[in-house]
Design a binder for this molecule. Structure first.
Ligand SMILES: Nc1ncnc2c1ncn2[C@@H]1O[C@H](COP(=O)(O)OP(=O)(O)OP(=O)(O)O)[C@@H](O)[C@H]1O
Length: 265
């Protein structure tokens, strides 16, 4: 059932148009992506023939054994790394055609990041941390969106504090608000609950789910945790850099079972 955010605007469900300037296209399209690392005679294929489409307003988890290519996948998808071959399209932009400067600008303006370690600036207030991506790209703050995000993420009462005056879970909420402030094409989360206890981690995952369901954002999350992956609409399983399996409407048990099957493969 579609929900409505507090502004009264209808929100998107999986696959809908996003209502912003980027039209009907998917949030992310990866086509036949390879990422190889060479050192001397050694070559490692970290990603092999990855083709994935993320619909706007979808929540996707990426799982796989250690070394299976999860971080490389996230970095290539988010424009932090360039594939050796293949295409990555974020919204309506082909990343392989961008210069390094344009790619940096795109990451600031159209991508949100949430890391395990929050990466907040301790000298700045929560408010200034959240609006930092906009200041870096010289863009004005959309007050209505900023208020909606801070309220929705549940940090409106801490805006004048410094990150060190907040708990880990509260800091991760600030990082999520910062990731959303520019209304990105996609939010990339790398083990966002890795540093949190399971209760607080559960709250952060529920928040990411709301960010997708209520605010229509697109989230791609790398995780080792089956229970975390179960918050997503779909789980992608990587082994040896390949997309080995995928699971829609996951439960923690089904995810754990697929993971153990991959381990035996
Ligand atoms: N800079 C690099 N140079 C050479 N090989 C690399 C480099 N980065 C990653 N690799 C290799 O690429 C493969 C995929 O690494 P990646 O970090 O993406 O895996 P991962 O699934 O995220 O692992 P983990 O769960 O342990 O974080 C591994 O074999 C790794 O050793």
């Amino acid at each position: 059932m579609p929900t409505r955010e507090r502004t009264g605007k209808p929100t998107r469900s999986k696959g809908d148009s996003d209502g912003n300037s980027h039209g009907d296209n998917p949030a992310l399209l990866m086509r036949e992506v390879y990422r190889k690392y060479s050192s001397g005679a050694d070559e490692t294929t970290a990603l092999a023939d990855i083709s994935v489409t993320l619909a706007r307003g979808s929540f996707t988890a990426v799982m796989g054994p250690s070394g299976s290519g999860k971080s490389t996948f996230l970095h290539c998808a988010a424009g932090l790394d360039r594939p050796t071959s293949g295409n990555v399209r974020l919204g309506d932009t082909d990343l392989d055609r961008l210069s390094q400067n344009r790619l940096t600008r795109l990451r600031r303006e159209r991508v949100g990041f949430v890391f395990q370690e929050y990466n907040l600036l301790s000298a700045l207030t929560v408010q200034d941390n959240i609006t930092m991506p906009l200041r870096l790209s010289g863009r004005p703050v959309d007050r209505e969106w900023a208020e909606l995000v801070t309220r929705r993420v549940g940090i409106d009462q801490w805006l004048r504090r410094r990150p060190t005056q907040l708990s880990g879970g509260q800091q991760q909420r600030v990082a999520i608000a910062r990731a959303l402030i520019a209304r990105p094409d996609a939010v990339f989360a790398d083990e966002p609950t890795g540093a949190l206890d399971s209760h607080t981690g559960g709250q952060v995952l529920a928040l990411l789910r709301e960010v997708v369901t209520d605010l229509g954002q697109t989230v791609l999350m790398v995780t080792h945790d089956s229970a975390a992956a179960a918050h997503a609409d779909e789980v992608l399983f990587l082994t040896d850099g390949k997309l080995a399996d995928r699971l829609a409407a996951p439960t923690a048990e089904a995810v754990a079972e697929r993971m153990s099957r991959l381990g035996r493969a």
